[in-house]
Design a protein. Structure first.
Length: 134
């Protein structure tokens, strides 16, 4: 299988993980720093993820996504766009079989968690303009 579920990590855990590898004082990290220490996985250990992962592109109207255990939810928030998509990526890593209707309890629980996370994000994003090349 091309997707090794227990080893999925994101760059957001980089700082926390580096602090732990360097045996630095993790207590000195900023309180609002997101990320989970995954240094044990980098060093060859294998373990189940104990927190869901949320992400969204840095663009207005982009679709938030949540990964929790074997389940992945894409939740379009723009009306008349796409339907919500729920996949069991352990058995469907290519995301071809949308289970949002068939697994309604899992869908509702993840949807509520994803909407709560998304509500904490900014309403709009400021994009820096790239300077013109001379």
């Amino acid at each position: 299988m091309w997707l090794n579920i227990p080893r999925i990590g994101f760059l957001i855990g980089l700082i926390t993980s580096l602090f732990c590898i360097l045996q630095a004082d993790v207590e000195n990290l900023p309180d609002d720093l997101n990320g989970q220490d995954i240094s044990d996985i980098w060093l060859g250990e294998s373990r189940a993820r104990n927190q869901p992962i949320f992400w969204k592109k840095n663009a207005e109207r982009s679709t938030p996504v949540m990964l929790k255990g074997d389940w992945k939810l894409h939740l379009p928030l723009v009306k008349n766009r796409d339907e919500p998509e729920l996949y069991n990526i352990a058995i469907d890593p290519s995301e071809k079989n949308n289970l949002a209707n068939a697994e309604s309890d899992i869908f509702r629980e993840m949807r509520d968690d994803l909407l709560a996370w998304n509500s904490e994000l900014p309403d709009s994003y400021i994009k820096n303009k790239k300077p013109k090349k001379r």
